[in-house]
Design a protein around this ligand. Structure first.
Ligand code: HEM
Length: 433
């Protein structure tokens, strides 16, 4: 995309786009900016001048140029709470930590997670079929927390650690809402979160000691303990990474599941089509991790990720000069991208505002054009696990009934920390006709 022959233009000359209406319709504002100005422009985000990068090609160029030139921009609050977790690391330590974390979150590890996941999911989907719920997103968040605790740490919902973990984790999550700068010290949530972090680290260490040598518990912990046993200090401590994985998994996966169920409730024909595939999972759960298994459910997942990418913006800071879309970016520039920046391009996705999972089945559209899981140096490490959890919940739900929203789809939406309904959303699974 960048013109390699012409001298790059200084980023200060980039077109500026107004942030008006960003809170209510951030994707609309970002999209309009890219339609008007192309892959890069400047806009204030949360009051700070930011260089926005978008379009499918723009993100490809960003991710290709990122390593060593752009660092994830995390606030002092995030550094305090997460310590040396993956997304706070840079350079070699970051690469080393990713290499050690990845095997437990993908590939051959996944089939072992299927039975424990189904154990956790069953009671929740039974409840939705029996009595429904007054708050779909709240329930799905809780379920995602229970799935992550089970698969990452080996905590089953019935054991004493489950309540202790859930309570400390909620305190910790609440602390992420404290002011990002010096004002955090005056916020009660910050100190409660620091204390919850210590409790969670102690719980992780205790469970890690229990799991040592037990590679078969259907949890990632045993493999992670082994992978970090001889890790260099630069790779960060496993306790920090575990907390980061739990946080990275929760709001995003809960968001994806909520919107999958909302869209299926509004498109009964797709729900019925997906339900017939879901019934085959009951007989053969291994399909959940088969490479080309479950094309219909996967197409629903892809179309939901396209329309409702959970993350709104990811932010970087230039640490070395670089060129993006023929513009020279100086160190210190704040850069942000939206994972859905190219998801509404009518050339890649005809009728982009419509929910049409079939586009991914017929080859009309390719899931490789989606950036919902990011890309480049910080691409989502939990993508295979997120997809497994989402497919497992959808399959279990559709085996019990078709999604139904008695009060209709959500009227008000918030976009951060992940896209979610603002108000409680009544939901039920209805027997298929
Ligand atoms: C639908 C669910 C998910 C979505 C949409 C999602 C999306 C993303 C995105 C867009 C990024 C890149 C952020 C950036 O560029 O700064 C990211 C990073 C990350 N994700 Fe996910 N994620 C999901 C689920 C998960 C799960 C289940 C886990 C772990 C079990 C996970 C772990 C991580 C980690 C550790 C990173 C940071 C990687 C790094 O900094 O190197 N994510 N995710």
């Amino acid at each position: 995309m960048s013109d390699q022959t012409a001298a790059p233009t200084p980023a200060a000359l980039l077109p500026r786009h107004p942030a008006d209406g960003f809170t209510a319709d951030p994707l609309g504002v970002l999209d309009e900016g890219h339609c008007r100005h192309g892959p890069v422009y400047r806009m204030p985000v949360d009051g700070v001048d930011t260089m926005l990068v978008g379009t499918w090609a723009g993100l490809g160029e960003l991710f290709a140029a990122e390593r060593g030139r752009l660092d994830v921009l995390n606030t002092p609050l995030v550094h305090d709470l997460f310590g040396r977790a993956l997304f706070n690391l840079t350079a070699d330590g970051h690469g080393e930590a990713r290499r050690r974390l990845r095997p437990a979150l993908s590939g051959r590890a996944l089939p072992g997670y299927v039975p424990p996941l189904l154990d956790v999911i069953g009671p929740a989907t039974d409840r939705w079929a029996r009595q429904g719920t007054a708050d779909l997103h709240g329930q799905v968040r809780e379920l995602t927390g229970a799935m992550s605790a089970r698969v990452l740490l080996g905590i089953t919902p019935a054991e004493a650690d489950a309540d202790q973990f859930a309570a400390a984790f909620e305190e910790f999550v609440a602390a992420t809402g404290a002011p990002p700068g010096p004002a955090r010290y005056a916020d009660r949530r910050y100190w409660a979160g620091r204390s919850a972090r210590r409790d969670l680290h102690a719980l992780f260490a205790r469970r890690a000691a229990q799991t040592a040598g037990d590679a078969a518990g259907g949890a990632a912990l045993a493999g992670l303990v082994a992978a970090f046993a001889d890790a260099p200090a630069g790779a960060g401590p496993l306790e920090d990474h575990l907390l980061a994985l739990l946080i990275a998994a929760r709001e995003t996966t809960a968001s994806l599941l909520t919107w999958c169920l909302v869209e299926l409730a509004s498109h009964r024909d797709h729900a019925e089509y997906a339900a017939s595939e879901a019934r085959a999972v009951a007989a053969d759960p291994a399909r959940l991790v088969a490479r080309d298994g479950l094309p219909v459910l996967r197409s629903v997942l892809a179309e939901t990720l396209r329309l409702h990418a959970p993350n709104l913006l990811s932010t970087r800071e230039a640490v070395c000069p670089l060129t993006l879309a023929s513009h020279r970016i100086e160190p210190g520039t704040r850069v942000a991208y939206s994972p859905s920046a190219g998801h509404f391009d009518p050339e890649a996705f005809p009728r982009p505002r419509q929910f049409r999972p079939g586009r991914f089945l017929t080859g009309q559209a390719s899931a490789s054009r989606l950036w919902a899981f990011g890309g480049g140096a910080h691409a989502c490490l939990g993508r295979p696990l997120a997809e497994l959890m989402a497919l497992a919940v959808m399959a279990a739900a559709l085996q019990k009934g078709l999604p139904h929203l008695p009060d209709g789809p959500p009227a008000r939406i918030s976009f951060r920390p992940a896209k979610a309904p603002i108000d409680p959303l009544p939901f039920a699974l209805e027997p298929a006709s």
